[in-house]
Ligand binder design. Structure first.
Ligand code: BES
Ligand code: MN
Ligand code: MN
Length: 453
């Protein structure tokens, strides 16, 4: 009957199966969820085998296993690597969820659950496209490798190290990743760039032990004040990061790329409504899209230490920890920036304050040329399935393995996401728009046929 018809006939079952995967709370950053991580990996392993693929778990010592599967029975045809992640972000604030995060709930055409859109729903669209071929025709028109990791949301430390030694196992002609949003509803979007990330924990120590702020205040170093001083000193009044040589290797987007961004429908008021903010501050002289896509930036995420409980406690704490990250753009390198950042933070520390910088996650930025054949094929499919030409945009988020595909495998990655801008990724009430799930399946089915040659 054909893979497309197969997919259309089994839509309801596909959604039921996705719900089963979404019920597993595979939160990678919380040690308490280790068993759920393993359960999600096992679930996918069994599922891929059921589709007729050879599948295995690849352990990453100390880390969460990767699920790897392949179907390599199309000699003289290209090989595609599909990548995604089965781990999800924590769910707090839990009280903000309309339905429990791990009880997938359909409201209208949306499926609500943690991981629905990031990234379980999107990897599942890929798996269902493969199923449509394998269960309908009994074969695929090309060779396929599937890699689904469980550490993406914590910076992909294991896969990055593993790839340095085992890149050959992933040898392929092109990669496909669905792990992002579309620029707008009904607007297919192909990403030409992702920012990198350097995520640090900065420990700030003052007195040897906590002190009464009345007895000692005014005459001792205060780590909470010091953290504020440090963070404030990391950006200047024009919104520029003050780390020396931070911008030295930043490459400007081409005039054509910039011009194409200016043609995108974009309304500042709508952006502020989307974020619930009353201003859109950032680096002077750059548009909001440039600030998010092609400019690096620095953000603090949290400060822990001292008294943060209810009421008041007059204490000068001995120690405070701040989480600070930088989003990086081509051709910045996380390693280089880390050294300069550490030095700058130490310079900003007031007298009597000791600072230690620890790297929690790092990944370099990546660009993909939209002119390569697999992306042109995706553009044709976008027209057929979504009824519109794709826009070529970048995203500010990070998917470190994509950089590895570029540098180690030396293949282009098609970054075609099926999410919507209002899917609440990482937040409460994450959702996936089910029509996009089904169109996503059809997109992959048709793209596979196009690039099979
Ligand atoms: N899917 C996102 C990355 C993303 C976000 C791509 C928006 C395109 C648009 C991914 O799951 C993610 O959240 N990545 C983290 C990576 C980090 C923990 C190393 C990120 O960007 O914060
Ligand atoms: Mn993701
Ligand atoms: Mn994510």
């Amino acid at each position: 009957m054909g893979a497309l018809d197969y997919a259309r006939q089994h839509r309801a079952r596909f959604v039921d199966e996705l719900k089963a995967l979404l019920r597993i709370p595979s939160i990678s950053t919380l040690p308490d969820h280790r068993n759920d991580i393993l359960q999600a990996a096992d679930w996918l392993l069994a599922h891929l085998r059921e589709l007729g693929m050879t599948a295995e778990l690849i352990p990453l010592n100390g880390g969460h296993p990767m699920v790897y599967a392949q179907w390599m029975q199309a000699p003289n045809r290209p090989t595609v690597l599909f990548y995604g992640h089965y781990d999800v972000q924590p769910v707090d604030p839990l009280a903000e969820w309309t339905s429990p995060p791990f009880e997938p709930t359909q409201r209208g055409e949306d499926l609500f659950a943690r991981g629905a859109r990031d990234d379980k729903g999107q990897i599942f669209a890929i798996l269902k496209a493969l199923e449509a071929y394998l269960k309908d025709a009994g074969r695929l028109p090309l060779n396929v490798k599937v890699l689904i990791e469980g550490e993406e949301e914590i910076g992909s430390p294991g896969i990055s190290r593993w790839m340095d030694r085992h890149a050959r196992k992933l040898a392929c002609n092109m990669a496909w990743v669905s792990d992002g949003p579309m620029y707008a509803r009904d607007q297919p979007s192909i990403l030409t760039g992702l920012r990198g990330l350097l995520y640090t924990e900065v420990e700030v120590r003052g007195p040897a032990h906590d002190l009464h702020s009345g007895i000692y205040g005014g005459a001792v170093p205060n780590p909470v004040n010091a953290v504020a001083t440090i963070i404030a000193g990391l950006k200047d009044r024009r919104g520029r990061v003050t780390v020396p040589r931070f911008y030295a290797s930043v490459r400007d987007p081409s005039p054509e790329e910039k011009a194409s961004w200016e043609r995108l429908p974009f309304r500042e008021e709508e952006f502020m409504r989307e974020t619930g903010s009353t201003a859109a501050p950032g680096e002077e002289g750059f548009s909001i899209l440039e600030r998010r896509w092609s400019r690096p930036t620095l953000d603090a995420h949290g400060i822990a230490g001292g008294w943060t409980g209810e009421g008041s406690k007059t204490v000068i704490p001995a120690k405070v920890v701040a989480k600070i990250s930088m989003r990086l753009v081509p051709d910045q390198r996380a390693k280089t920036v880390l050294r300069a950042f550490e030095k700058k933070v130490k310079q900003l520390a007031p007298p009597g304050i000791e600072v230690e910088v620890r790297e929690l996650a790092g990944g370099d930025p990546v660009l993909v040329m939209p002119t390569v054949a697999p992306i042109q094929a995706a553009a044709r499919v976008a027209r057929a399935v979504w009824g519109a030409d794709p826009v070529y945009v970048r995203e500010g988020g990070s998917i470190p393995p994509v950089t590895k595909f570029d540098r180690l495998l030396k293949v282009p990655t098609v970054l075609f996401g099926f999410g919507l801008p209002d899917d609440n990724t990482h937040g409460p009430n994450e959702k996936f728009h089910l029509p996009n799930f089904h169109r996503g399946i059809e997109t992959v089915i048709q793209w596979v046929e196009q690039v099979a040659g």
